[in-house]
Design a protein around this ligand. Sequence first.
Ligand SMILES: Nc1nc2c(c(=O)[nH]1)N[C@H]1C(S)=C(S)[C@@H](COP(=O)(O)O)O[C@H]1N2
Ligand SMILES: [Mo]
Length: 334
Amino acid sequence: MLIKSSCPSACRESDVTPEAIYLSRRRLLQGALAGAASIALPALAADMPRYDGVVDATSAAWLQAKIDEAHWQAIQAGETVTPFSSATHYNNFYEFGPGKEDPSRHAGAMTTEPWSVLIDGEIAKPGRYDLQALCAESRLEERIYRLRCVEGWSMVIPWLGIPLVDLIRRVEPTGRARYVRFETLLRPEEMAGTQSRFSLIDWPYVEGLRMDEAQHPLALMAVGMYGRVLPNQNGAPLRLVVPWKYGFKSIKSIVRISFVAEQPVTTWVEIAPHEYGFYANVNPQVDHPRWSQAQERRLPNTLFSPNVRPTQMFNGYGDEVAGLYQGMDLRKYY
Ligand SMILES: Nc1nc2c(c(=O)[nH]1)N[C@H]1C(S)=C(S)[C@@H](COP(=O)(O)O)O[C@H]1N2
Ligand SMILES: [Mo]
C-alpha cells in the first residue's frame, strides 16, 4: 500500500489515523480485561485527530459520557476493521448527492442539534422523543459488523449503539404492529441532493423491517462508530444498522419511526421493485438483474488490488437470522 505522508521526519499525532487510535485503545482495554482489572476507559473522541471532510454530529456531553461507558467487548479476531477514512469518504447518502464523495463533502451542512424522533402508530406510548431520552435507559454496545452494499462492495465497521429491540420495548407495540417504518430527515435547504431534478427518489428516504426482524438482537440503532459520535455522512445522529441485509436497509439520520400493520413502501422498492426487494437479505445465490451478487469488493481496494471475496449468505449472520425466513422462498422475497 502506498502511504502518503506530509511528515518526512517525525510523525505528528494528527498523522495517526483515527482507526489506529481506536484499535490501540481497544487493545489496551482488552489487556485490562484479561488482567481482570477495571480501568476507566479514557474518552476516545477527545484525542481523535481532525480528519478532512468529517464533521461530528455533536459535541453533546451526555453522548460523550455514554460512549465512554459503552459496553466494549473483546475485538473479534478475523476480519480487519475498514480504515476510518474509507468508512467516512466512500458513502451512500443520496440526500447529499449520488456520488460516493458527495456525503463527505456536503453532509457537514446538516444540523443535528437538537434532534428528536417522532415515534407513532400501533404503540401504547407514542410521542416525540428527544435523542438523549431515547438513549437514556440503555448502555451503548459496540458491534463490529460487515456492511454489504447491494452495489457489490463491503466494509467492516465498529458501531456503537443500542439494540433496536430495547427501543421497541420502551414504546410498547400493540398486537396490530406488524412492521416498523423508518423515515430520514428531509431538510432541502441543508440537503442539496433532495433538490436535484435528476434524483428519482420521492423524499424522504423510507425503510422498513418486519416486527420480528426489528426485534432481532443484531439490529442496532447506532449513535457512534470507531469509538466516537457518528460523522454526519454516516447518518448522524441516529441510524439503523441491519448487518444481514443490503446496506440500503440501514437508513440514516432517522426522524420518525412508525409501527404499522401493512408492509411499508420503501424507497428503493418504490423506484425499482424488480431490482430491489423489501427483504433485501444479503444472498449470493440471488443476483441483481444487472449484476452478480456472488462476490464483493472489500474496501479499500484498487484496480491492482481488487480485494474481491465471496459474499456470504445473510452476510455471514445466517446462524443467527436464518430462522426468521424459514419456509420463505428467498428468490421470491428478495
Ligand atoms: N437516508 C439515507 N439512508 C441511507 C442511504 C441514503 O442514500 N439515504 N444509503 C444507504 C446505502 S445504499 C448504504 S450502502 C448505506 C451506506 O452507509 P455508510 O455510508 O455509513 O457506509 O447507507 C444506507 N442508508
Ligand atoms: Mo448500498
